[in-house]
Ligand binder design. Structure first.
Ligand SMILES: NC(=O)c1ccc[n+]([C@@H]2O[C@H](COP(=O)([O-])OP(=O)(O)OC[C@H]3O[C@@H](n4cnc5c(N)ncnc54)[C@H](O)[C@@H]3O)[C@@H](O)[C@H]2O)c1
Length: 235
């Protein structure tokens, strides 16, 4: 999948300072895109708390004032939250995990749809997780949030099917980034053991699929969930 062309395209990667977001940025820039990263981290192009509707809307307004359009939105913000049984899972953690993983995706999609409709074109790629399809033990919040991202993607794909906007999700198994350091050693060993290829995926392997889903080449897929799980997902 080399040679995807993003010349003249404006792309936003929300949560783009993380391991996957950085690899996606590299890939889109290599194809000629102008990429803007929204993240709470210092290295972001725009420091945006993606759980805050006003902050997201203002970031979109600044982007449109400067660049006039948004062609690609990749939603890559996430936290795993605690790895604990539900009796120990606090409501505050539950809300935070849903906010960062799911509400941020909702808000960024919502902000991008108006300009994408006006252009009658765009690509949205949401980072879900295999946890959202299978449910990871002791990660109820993360699993529920990612299941929500999958359902949001399916719903939005249908809602926008009469347009040239395509909305898809990726459901990776373990990818070697800092995110997995939030899990307990035991939980990490357990999810790694489920991968037939016997290793974690690499951020560049996620970026290759994101790039295709963000490109014009992806024209007949929408509301779909693409596995990237080293053989773990078989359905
Ligand atoms: N790494 C994996 O094993 C894996 C597997 C499946 C799915 N995913 C998903 O892929 C996406 C990217 O994961 P990653 O591995 O790059 O994680 P990461 O921890 O390296 O990066 C996540 C980024 O989200 C940002 N972020 C968190 N809260 C934010 C907020 N409120 N506002 C703005 N930015 C915020 C962080 O600052 C960070 O830069 C996430 O949605 C994650 O759930 C990751």
């Amino acid at each position: 999948m080399t040679g995807l062309n993003f010349e003249g395209r404006i792309a936003v990667i929300s949560g783009g300072c993380g391991g996957i977001g950085r690899a996606v940025r590299e890939r889109l820039v290599a194809g000629g895109a102008k990429v803007l990263v929204w993240d709470v981290a210092d290295e972001a192009d725009e420091r945006v708390d993606l759980t805050d509707e006003t902050a997201v809307d203002e970031a979109m307004a600044r982007l449109l004032a400067r660049h006039g359009r948004i062609d690609v939105l990749v939603n890559a913000a996430g936290i795993t939250g605690p790895t604990v049984n539900i009796e120990q899972y606090s409501l505050a953690d539950w809300r935070r995990v849903l906010d960062v993983n799911l509400t941020s995706t909702f808000l960024c999609c919502k902000a991008a749809i108006t300009p994408m409709r006006q252009q009658n074109g765009g690509r949205i790629v949401n980072l879900a997780s295999i946890a959202g399809k299978e449910g990871n033990a002791s990660m109820t919040g993360y699993s529920a949030a990612k299941a929500g991202v999958i359902a949001l993607t399916k719903s939005l794909g249908k809602e926008l099917a009469g347009t040239e906007i395509r909305v898809n999700a990726i459901a990776p198994a373990v990818i070697a980034t800092d995110l997995v350091k939030q899990m307990t050693e035991e939980a990490y060993r357990n999810v790694l053991a489920k991968i037939p290829l016997g290793r974690a995926g690499l951020p560049k392997e996620v970026a290759a699929l994101v790039a295709w889903l963000a490109s014009d080449e992806c024209s007949f897929s929408t509301g779909a969930v693409f596995d990237l799980s080293g053989g773990r997902a078989t359905y």
